[in-house]
Design a protein around this ligand. Structure first.
Ligand code: FMN
Length: 186
């Protein structure tokens, strides 16, 4: 089946997760289209898309406007397809941050009027080398405040690739079961 993997990323981790998802789907014989929502170029023809994976990171408690605009503008189109939403944040990396990570998703659902069939709260990464002074301060003193991790000078990836693989397997099976449903092109 034809899978769209649409993503929005700032420091690259959601882009990496999106590519991982695309590679996984391709290895299971799905046709894949990867769409960078931050790129304002023309949108490819999505008429034959049968399943969607949305990937986007949280900055200052919000998913990006690019991702939310896509969800809102395409919500009728999305609603008739199986959709998995991978929300990437640092809160998701910590036991006591999971509720907050869930809140980011709920707030996005409320703003866009769209709720995915499946949500994955994926732990992202810290990338001190790509932060300016403001981003350094937010990550160190707000996001990681009171959390059991000391940000140094090197990158640290929290993403659990094995767990992500399990979730992608499950979504792929679910999407295939729904694959024969009639889809409306808009
Ligand atoms: C300036 C800044 C603000 C952030 N704000 C949050 C936040 O409010 N909550 C959170 O859980 N993670 C926050 N993060 C962590 C990012 O979600 C995490 O680093 C993620 O991996 C970024 O994904 P990306 O590389 O795809 O943009 C923030 C990171 C930066 C640099």
């Amino acid at each position: 089946m034809h899978m769209l993997i649409a993503y929005s990323t700032v420091e690259g981790q959601s882009g990496k997760i999106a590519q991982f998802a695309a590679d996984h789907m391709a290895s299971h014989d799905h046709q894949t289209t990867v769409l960078n929502l931050d790129d304002s170029g023309t949108t490819p023809d999505l008429t034959s898309v049968q399943g969607v994976i949305l990937v986007g990171s949280v900055h200052e408690r919000r998913h990006s406007p690019a991702l939310e605009t896509f969800m809102q503008a395409r919500r009728a189109w999305l609603a008739v397809r199986p959709v998995m939403f991978i929300s990437v944040s640092l809160s998701a990396a910590f036991e006591r941050g999971r509720e907050e990570a869930q809140d980011y998703v709920i707030e996005t659902q409320m703003r866009t009027g769209f709720a995915a069939d499946e949500v994955v709260l994926a732990a992202g990464a810290v990338k001190p080398g790509s932060y300016d002074y403001f981003a350094q301060s937010v990550v160190r003193f707000v996001v990681l405040n009171d959390r059991a991790f000391e940000m140094g000078t090197s990158d640290h990836e929290f993403t659990d690739w094995a767990e992500l693989t399990i979730r992608l397997e499950r979504f792929s099976a679910r999407a295939e079961m729904q694959g024969d449903a009639p889809y409306v092109a808009i």
